[in-house]
Design a binder for this molecule. Structure first.
Ligand SMILES: Nc1nc2c(ncn2[C@@H]2O[C@H](COP(=O)(O)OP(=O)(O)OP(=O)(O)O)[C@@H](O)[C@H]2O)c(=O)[nH]1
Ligand SMILES: Nc1nc2c(ncn2[C@@H]2O[C@H](COP(=O)(O)OP(=O)(O)OP(=O)(O)O)[C@@H](O)[C@H]2O)c(=O)[nH]1
Length: 433
């Protein structure tokens, strides 16, 4: 089950700074991905063996003054519905404002754990000022400085206590999540697949508000579809549609084995799509990209190639991902999506016997050994696939610390060229032996 920590609060209290602080351990990985520096309001974080997703609501609020209070109120409501834990950020330098009071009222009515985070407590002399925030009526307060990071550890120690344990698998059927921005055609493709049977499908497990699991068992296929469609009716503020769908998407994505990311052919791949892609990649999910509404595109013999190249450029470096062009409206290639998702599911579960792995990879390494550093040579002795849900490989060698990024990439590419892992993220480690 996913654990989502939502950061709420009025503007300028330091939500983004806290968000950056909480996700910064991952920054090095995130920075590897080119082209996604802005518009990133959610990321993964870790604390004492717990992994969770942090969502910064701040970035979603509209600039215009007349919608923003409505927007913030709505966001708090969405956070109450969708998050595991809510961090309510307030500012010690301003004290309690009217908007803080209003947010507190909503949070008191909600049934989710709320942590009052009194930010900008940069030195101990401000700690006593923070006691004012007890009057919000939300229990314990946590003073911290997002700028320096002091106090975040104490907060996270308490936050992780509210996380749900990973539940037993509800079954071992493959789980495919259909995700994508609003209006891209998620409901349409699910309807095309399930047709009238949809009506007799009942949501499985948890509340009806959770993402809906649909059991698909036709034409020799047996899998679960996780549906994130149909969220638009719930919110009035345009920006919150995005926020809402992000929360749902994170949940669906974490539950899935393969993520079917739908992109609108007319709008092309946008930063939100790329963020979802990277989130799926970081979570080691299989990925299929579906370019829908292909009927609306004027095509010539090169169009598919051009589209594919543009998409691969944007999602780089993980480009070994299948792309299917569909028109759900004209029922084109809808079943192909499922065939491809099945293939990716297989690829993600693929196990290469150690003997085969060494037989193929050792000669390649022999021909292109890691470059020597300061006259020292890395000698790779043998390779083995590590047991797990996703493809992971350990390369045993004398000087693992001398292996640099380009060589990791080379090895990954060689694994992909010689074995079939299309759509599945691969992890490669060099280990001392
Ligand atoms: N002194 C001090 N300043 C801080 C701290 N955290 C954030 N700030 C400052 O407060 C200002 C607002 O911080 P943001 O993180 O952008 O606030 P926000 O809540 O995300 O704002 P919106 O995006 O408008 O919702 C910035 O100038 C930060 O540098 C802190 O711990 N101490
Ligand atoms: N031209 C064209 N229109 C499509 C296609 N697929 C879906 N649409 C239309 O796009 C609109 C949105 O489709 P939905 O299936 O509701 O999109 P959604 O992704 O479920 O939207 P949310 O519920 O907001 O998340 C509808 O009017 C569909 O008829 C397609 O392949 N071609």
């Amino acid at each position: 089950m996913s654990n989502i920590v939502a950061i709420v609060g009025r503007p300028n209290v330091g939500k983004s700074t806290l968000y950056n602080r909480l996700t910064e351990s991952r920054k090095a990985i995130v920075d590897d991905f080119s082209g996604v520096t802005r518009d990133r309001h959610y990321g993964t974080s870790e604390w004492t063996d717990h992994q969770f997703t942090v969502v910064d609501t701040g970035g979603y609020v509209a600039n215009s003054a007349d919608v923003f209070e409505t927007a913030i109120r709505e966001q708090v409501m969405i956070a109450i519905e969708e998050a595991t834990v809510i961090l309510f950020v307030v500012d010690v330098t301003t004290g309690i404002t009217d908007l803080d009071d209003e947010i507190a009222t909503l949070l008191r009515k909600g049934n989710k754990p709320v942590f009052v985070v009194v930010n900008k407590v940069d030195n101990t002399s401000q700690v006593s000022d923070a006691t004012e925030f007890y009057s919000l009526g939300l229990g314990e307060i946590y003073t911290l400085s997002s700028m320096t990071g002091s106090g975040t550890g104490e907060l996270l120690d308490e936050v992780v206590k509210h996380f749900e344990d990973v539940p037993l698998e509800e079954n071992n059927r493959p789980k495919y999540a259909i995700v994508g921005r609003p209006n891209v055609g998620k409901s349409s493709i699910i309807n095309a697949l399930i047709g009238k049977e949809r009506n007799i499908v009942t949501p499985i497990a948890g509340t009806t508000r959770d993402s809906i699991h649909i059991h698909y068992n036709q034409y020799g296929h047996d899998f679960m579809l996780i549906d994130t469609a149909g969220l638009r009716k719930k919110t009035k503020v345009k920006e919150n549609i995005e926020f809402y769908s992000v929360m749902r998407t994170i949940k669906a994505l974490e539950e899935a084995d393969v993520v079917i990311l739908m992109i609108d052919a007319v709008e092309g791949i946008e930063s939100q799509d790329i963020n979802i892609f990277h989130l799926a990649e970081k979570n080691k999910k299989g990925i299929v990209i579906v370019v829908n509404k292909w009927d609306l595109i004027e095509k010539n013999s090169k169009t598919v190639k051009v589209f594919e190249e543009q998409i691969r450029q944007k999602v780089a470096p993980f480009t070994d991902v299948p792309i299917v062009f569909t028109s759900v409206l004209e029922k084109q290639r809808v079943l192909k999506v499922i065939d491809v998702a099945n293939k990716v599911y297989e690829n993600r579960a693929r196990k290469i016997p150690t003997s085969k792995l060494n037989e193929v990879m050792l000669p390649i390494i022999e021909n292109y050994p890691p470059p020597s550093i300061k006259g020292k040579y890395v000698k790779i002795k043998y390779i083995t696939q590590i047991a797990g849900a996703t493809p992971m490989f350990a390369f045993f060698c004398n000087l693992p610390q001398y292996i640099k990024d380009p060589y990791y990439r080379f090895i990954e590419n060689q694994l992909r060229e010689n074995f079939e892992f299309t759509g599945a993220p691969i992890q490669v480690w060099f280990r001392q032996k």
